[in-house]
Design a protein around this ligand. Structure first.
Ligand code: FES
Length: 162
């Protein structure tokens, strides 16, 4: 259950939108930040706040790849698999990172820190290959630099800073 403060904030955000549906991603992201992922409870709360059916929220949630309908780690590592990154071995990088993290693509590390997922273009094509950890973008990656960034993020998580 979300707090009355968050509920009030989200209602204000919806009130400022041209249509409630326009605010749906913001609402889902806020609920996701609260629960860690978009739980069934969160879908119901989003539907109530937005005046949509749970099916309509579900449709929106499953369309956006940064909305998670299953539990994820504290940070999600998205590795771009679109054309520029693919041409510069982004696909290989994704598989190598999975090996280094001891998981398969789509899984979460045993310590719960990271979930590894492929994703569409992150808008950082000139610095391919690119990945995003949480909200932070990292480009011109090699396996070595990617692992350095991941370890940096892990330290921030363990230090309670993320
Ligand atoms: S193709 Fe990877 S960031 Fe655009």
């Amino acid at each position: 259950m979300i707090s009355e403060i968050l509920k009030t904030e989200l209602k204000a955000r919806i009130a400022h939108a041209v249509t409630p549906r326009e605010a749906a991603v913001d609402v889902m992201k806020a609920l996701q930040a609260h629960y860690g992922w978009l739980t069934d409870e969160a879908v119901g709360e989003a539907a109530t706040l937005l005046g949509l059916s749970t099916l309509q929220v579900e449709e929106l949630a499953t369309f956006y790849e940064m909305i998670y309908r299953r539990p994820v780690g504290k940070k999600v590592i998205h590795v771009c698999d679109s054309i520029s990154c693919w041409a510069l071995a982004g696909e290989t990088l994704l598989e190598q990172l999975a090996d280094c993290l001891g998981i398969r693509v789509g899984e979460t590390t045993a310590d719960g820190c990271f979930t590894l997922l492929p994703c569409c273009c992150l808008g950082n094509c000139t610095e391919a290959p690119t990945m995003m950890i949480g909200e932070a973008i990292y480009g011109r990656l090699t396996l070595q630099t990617a692992l350095v960034y991941i370890e940096g993020e892990r330290k921030l998580i363990e230090g309670g800073l993320r």
